[in-house]
Design a protein around this ligand. Structure first.
Ligand SMILES: [Zn+2]
Length: 342
């Protein structure tokens, strides 16, 4: 079970293996056992599927014992999750598992290396619906050490693509390559310098400082992108206008706008621990609640300043216009989900 959903990370690295030539210098990635080891299983496919059926039975039995009304309540009342979660698709980082969370807790987006991009309609629509309709209080970006998508990004993009699928993976991790190419964080600089002189690049160990730093910097970059997104800047402008009484609307269509805080965390595959990167942001004038996790190493916290995102400044004019845009967006989304359209 450990590796079956790692095919995309595997594909990213496989394409690097298949196209080792870069700038007339042969690069090979070797020893890729950490993030995307492919294990051939000698199991009966039907028996393998039965694992999921057994799991579903255990889940229903457990809920029937602990909270027998929950599923019907969520069906009748609709969902109202306090959290939106953006995490990696890696099978070892399932948000329901690592937070021991019940249904109705986390509105979720997962993709390779937990990225939020302006041109990704999937992530944009999840964030918009979470903030504007569901009224989540927290948006959490959580990366993880040992991430295959991050490991693949330490290698330059191959000059030729095998096929469209591999091209998609390569394009997807390009923003992480950009961080690797440009970051001034010492651990990343050291790894980049070491790789620049190498003809064989070994997939970094999960404890490699540069690898861990790149995982952390990728989380920071995505927290910054979310904070700078139109969804969040519009929402913060609406909050500010409500606070000063300058908004035409005192609330969003789905109820009063909620204070939304954005957090950056990282998960440790080896022990299941979550660490806080110390980069949480929130609406202007609000005290950001302290995440209940220990901080990452001091070097990571100290480098957070390079990713600080300025708070959007609301003016007397802009909130109304932004609200119009926001409400239009919310109406267009309203038909997509049946519940909680009060
Ligand atoms: Zn990952």
């Amino acid at each position: 079970m450990r590796s079956f959903s790692l095919v995309f990370a595997l594909a990213a690295i496989s394409s690097v293996v298949a196209h080792p030539i870069h700038q007339a210098r042969e690069l090979k990635i070797i020893g890729r056992d950490t993030s995307a080891k492919f294990i051939r299983r000698e199991t009966d496919p039907a028996a393998e599927l039965k694992l999921l059926a057994d799991g579903n039975t255990a889940f229903r039995d457990s809920l029937q014992t602990s909270e027998p009304e929950l599923l019907q309540k969520l069906t009748d009342d609709g969902q109202s999750p306090p959290f939106m979660f953006l995490g990696c698709s890696d099978s070892r980082v399932s948000e329901g598992t690592v937070f021991n969370a019940k249904p109705g807790t986390l509105f979720t987006q997962r993709n390779i290396a937990n990225q939020f991009q302006a041109n990704d309609n999937n992530a944009q629509s999840v964030l918009s619906y979470a903030v504007s309709e569901l009224g989540v209080n927290h948006v959490i970006v959580m990366g993880h050490y040992g991430c295959g998508g991050i490991a693949a990004a330490i290698i330059p993009s191959p000059p030729n693509q095998i096929d469209a699928a591999n091209g998609a993976v390569q394009n997807w991790i390009e923003p992480i390559r950009e961080i690797f190419r440009t970051s001034s964080r010492p651990e990343i600089v050291e790894l980049r310098t070491k790789n620049a002189a190498a003809t064989e690049i070994e997939e970094p160990d999960i404890k490699e400082p540069g690898f861990r730093a790149l995982v952390e910097e990728n989380v920071k970059a995505n927290v910054a992108r979310i904070a700078a997104s139109s969804v969040i800047t519009n929402h913060y402008a609406l909050l500010a206008a409500n606070a000063t009484g300058t908004a035409e609307r005192r609330s969003g269509e789905a109820g009063p706008p909620t204070d939304v805080y954005i957090h950056g965390w990282v998960y440790d595959l080896e022990n299941g621990e979550i660490r806080d990167l110390g980069i949480s942001v929130g609406p202007a004038g609000k005290t950001i609640p302290a995440p209940p996790f220990a901080a990452v190493a001091e070097s990571a916290v100290n480098s957070a300043s390079s990713h600080n995102t300025p708070q959007p400044a609301a003016t007397a004019e802009t909130p109304v216009k932004r609200c119009e845009q926001l409400c239009k967006a919310k109406r267009s989304l309203a038909g997509m989900f049946g519940a909680r359209m009060n």
